[in-house]
Design a binder for this molecule. Structure first.
Ligand code: SAH
Ligand code: SF4
Length: 363
């Protein structure tokens, strides 16, 4: 396990990234601050990507010293960067307490997507997912989520990231207040200025959580991890979900669509022999026909130590075709980053594996 950062033996300094856009106002009370100081610092942190106070060259030296005595700019440090031959980049970050998280940048023809984590680990423990294997460790703070965006921007050079999806480790609705605060900072013109349409929250979709997400007045996209067409099958695949109620979940999603006009993405990880038979395809079609959804079939990305098999390509194609023939819009996700294991949750496991550390050092 990585060691905690050394921000003095005593109290840890809070990170500026944890302030809301409006929260930077409290910096007006720092010795040497002027009325415009909060805005200046906010722009340095969120828009110009400063990583330390020395970079903030238009702030007086005294003010920079005072700020650095009370605050750190960011709480985490980029530990490792894995680049796949297909251009997918995995970013492994060490948090202030030594915990490790991952985010992934996925380049495609027309866009670059950043996959964000919302928790260290995950309590849902889906049988196919690496993130849930060690259980839930802790929630990320809003700043730890925002920093994933800042770090990915640092690492992306001239290629801007266009899309932001909460599909890394963690269940966003189990850490809703931090996720919503981070989205506010991401979306605000005084923050990162990212359009709501470029942000997607993926959730296991408890009806009550979908309703709470629908109340957030930012029209980000919603993705529901459905995976199987029946409640019983979902409960088996997603053991920490509790009781599945697909009917209510889809109703809550439909209500959000009626209010926002944003179509819902339905995700289904496809597993060989589990949910890839024709009858599964027909059951999915019966469930979803007529709803304002777009189905994303995700061929399972193999995870070490899990006794499951990726689906055969022709089975994925059969499901796609059954859904399409029923009038349901459907896409198949191409696997990315497999050579460096950047599927959901895999990087963090690799980063925690000491044999991987040795392997890194030999390179
Ligand atoms: N907890 C949320 C968001 C993070 S997971 C959720 O489950 O929706 C984001 C997506 O990645 C989910 O649809 C999940 O099922 C999928 N996923 C997880 N592990 C995967 C794997 N090994 N291969 C392919 N998709 C995976
Ligand atoms: Fe958690 Fe999502 Fe992984 Fe399931 S798929 S264990 S909900 S992160």
């Amino acid at each position: 396990m990585a060691q905690a950062t050394t921000e003095g033996a005593g109290r840890r300094k809070p990170a500026l990234t944890d302030l809301s856009v409006g929260g930077f106002a409290l910096l007006a009370d720092m010795p040497g601050a002027r009325s415009f100081t909060p805005g200046q610092v906010r722009r340095w942190v969120l828009q110009r990507g400063a990583r330390d106070f020395d970079a903030m060259t238009d702030l007086g030296k005294g003010l920079r010293t005072a700020l650095s005595e009370h605050w750190s700019v960011r709480g985490g440090t980029l530990l490792r960067r894995h680049e796949s031959i297909d251009g997918t980049v995995g970013l492994v970050t060490r948090l202030h307490d030594g915990e490790i998280i991952e985010s992934v940048v996925i380049p495609e023809a027309e866009r670059r997507t950043l996959c964000l984590s919302s928790q260290v680990g995950c309590a849902v423990g889906c049988v196919f997912c690496a993130s849930g294997i060690g259980g839930m460790v802790r929630n990320l703070s809003a700043g730890e989520i925002v920093e994933q965006v800042l770090t990915a921007r640092d690492e992306s050079g001239d290629e801007p990231i266009t899309n932001f999806v909460f599909m890394g480790s963690g269940e966003p609705t189990h850490n809703l207040s931090a996720v919503v605060s981070a989205i506010e900072t991401m979306n605000s013109p005084d923050g990162l200025g990212i359009g709501a349409r470029r942000i997607t929250v993926s959730t296991v979709g408890h009806p009550a959580s979908v309703r709470r997400l629908a109340q957030v007045p930012i029209p980000f996209n919603l993705a529901l991890s459905v995976h199987a067409p029946t409640d019983a099958a979902r409960e088996q695949l997603m053991p920490g979900l509790g009781r599945s109620d697909l009917g209510e979940t889809l109703k809550a999603a439909r209500d959000r669509f009626d209010a926002s006009g944003r179509r819902i993405t339905v995700e289904a990880v496809v597993l060989d022999g589990v949910n890839d038979r024709d009858e599964d395809g027909h059951a999915f079609a019966d469930l979803l026909t007529g709803l304002p959804v777009m189905v994303n079939l995700i061929p399972w990305n193999p995870v070490d130590d899990l006794d499951l098999r990726a689906p055969r390509a022709e089975r994925v194609e059969a499901l796609r075709s059954i859904l399409q023939q029923s009038g349901v819009e459907v896409t198949v996700r191409r696997p990315r980053g497999q050579d460096v294991g950047v599927a959901c949750g895999q990087l963090r496991r690799r980063a925690l594996d000491p044999s991987d550390e040795e392997e890194e050092q030999r390179r």
